[in-house]
Design a protein around this ligand. Structure first.
Ligand code: CAA
Length: 397
């Protein structure tokens, strides 16, 4: 007769979970950063706000961003001109549009991840969907499951308004699920559209201007599982995961749905708050693992990094505080430059860029870390081990 212990053990995986495939997607409309302030003030009919336009130009120039992709374009604004006025009750229209577009973008990214994974979509057992655009049920997770033809028994979880740490949280949940359900294959989908938060500049709100200078649209999908079978090629093994809330920073990053759309606030202190806390978070994550000597003079250059590029100033401070060589945050800077801050999806783009670079590099660190930052301020940290199959299988696509 089986004991409860036997039943529990039989459900545990033998090996740590790993990222088995990655896919990304963006809307078709792209915007060049050095033209964005002209575009934004023209389409929102607010060119008279010259002071704010100059400020947005200054932010764009210093953002480290060259290009972003956006679902909201001139065509959409012509059809929905009320979206530019934050005072109008547009939330219903935004949610209706996002309910279709958010899972569709995720499905494009998922199709690429599933093709790379090499197994049928019906082998996905769990789905975790993270977005800041969700405000109804059933939600984007069910729509994505339908679009992909996932099995009716797929176990779905929706994470809503986790903001830029949503990707990190979703990957951590995927690790827990994969390691505690033998044979599980978890599809993590993060799909973010600024559609819910796009409106014209308001005199009093600098948050709108900062957000307009930084945020872009994208979807990132990762397939996570333990005990890989022959067709599967692990990219990054997930060694350890932890979440830290920086005390006293509840008001530093916030989001709230209102009748006019999603309002958000980003304190100008965010880079400093992260810079002041990042090393402590890393020490806490690594000190019990024995893979890096956290007491050594400059231990952090021994790792590889997939850091959420929340803004150029955040990356600058992290690089400075940890004493990192310039190439360490290059994948984060590259994604920031090509796509902007796509909130929760961004960290999956960074993992994708990282694996591309690693497959082409001569020498690469064995151990690394994913870090994502969101409201709280919450820091999601996951220690990664680079799987040897990354290079052997030539996954440099
Ligand atoms: N709010 C309001 N204004 C801000 C601001 C903020 N958070 N940050 C910068 N500014 C203003 C400055 O006051 C300055 O205004 P003036 O030109 O009128 O003086 C202007 O922006 C440019 O600032 P700096 O000259 O100091 O230039 P910089 O080197 O700091 O670059 C920046 C500007 C690119 C915005 C940079 O400050 C940055 O990267 N900041 C981080 C942005 C941030 O917080 N990102 C996190 C997003 S949150 C997230 O990712 C998670 C989520 O859940 C949403």
């Amino acid at each position: 007769m089986a004991t409860i212990h036997d039943i529990g053990q039989a459900q545990r995986a033998h090996s740590p979970a790993a990222v088995l495939a990655i896919g990304t997607a963006n809307p078709v409309t792209s915007m060049l950063q050095d033209e964005y302030a002209d575009y934004y003030f023209r389409v929102t009919k607010s060119e008279h706000l010259t002071g704010l336009k100059d400020k947005l130009n200054r932010i764009c120039n210093k953002s480290g961003i060259k290009k972003r992709f956006m679902h909201v374009n001139e065509q959409l604004l012509t059809a929905h001109p009320d979206l530019i006025d934050r005072a109008l009750p547009t939330l219903d229209a935004r949610i209706d549009m996002a309910s279709a577009a958010v899972p569709e973008l995720a499905a494009s990214a998922a199709a690429k991840a599933i093709a790379e994974w090499g197994r049928p979509a019906t082998d996905i057992t769990h789905l975790i969907f993270s977005t800041y655009s969700g405000a109804k049920a059933p939600s984007a997770d069910l729509r994505l499951a339908t679009l992909l033809g996932l099995r009716p028994t797929v176990c779905r979880t929706i994470l809503n308004l986790n903001g830029c740490s949503g990707g990190g949280r979703a990957l951590q949940l995927a690790k827990e699920i994969a390691e505690n359900n033998r044979g599980a294959r978890v599809l993590v989908a993060c799909s973010e559209l600024t559609l819910v938060a796009f409106y014209g500049a308001q005199d009093a709100s600098l948050d709108t201007i900062v957000g307009q200078g930084l945020f872009g649209d994208g979807a990132g999908v990762a397939i996570v599982g333990a005990d890989p079978v022959v067709v599967e090629r692990p990219l990054f093994e997930m060694a350890f995961a932890t979440q830290t809330t920086i005390p006293g920073t509840e008001d530093a990053i916030s989001m709230q749905l209102s009748t006019g759309g999603l309002d958000f606030h980003l304190s100008s202190q965010v880079p400093k708050l992260l810079g002041n806390n990042i090393e402590r978070v890393l020490v806490d994550a690594f000190q019990s693992l024995g893979v890096v000597d956290v007491n050594a003079a400059a231990p952090w250059n021994d790792l590889f990094y997939a850091v959420h590029p929340g803004g150029r100033a955040i990356l600058d401070l992290i690089e400075q505080v940890l004493g990192l060589d310039a190439e360490k945050l290059a994948p984060s800077r590259q994604v920031l430059s090509e796509f902007g801050n796509m909130s929760g999806a961004t960290v999956i783009f960074v993992l994708d860029e990282l694996r591309r670079r690693r497959a082409e590099a001569e020498e690469v660190p064995e151990w690394g870390v994913v870090m994502a930052f969101g409201p709280g301020i919450t820091v999601e940290t996951m220690v990664l081990h680079a799987a040897s199959s990354l290079k052997e299988n030539g996954l440099a696509s």
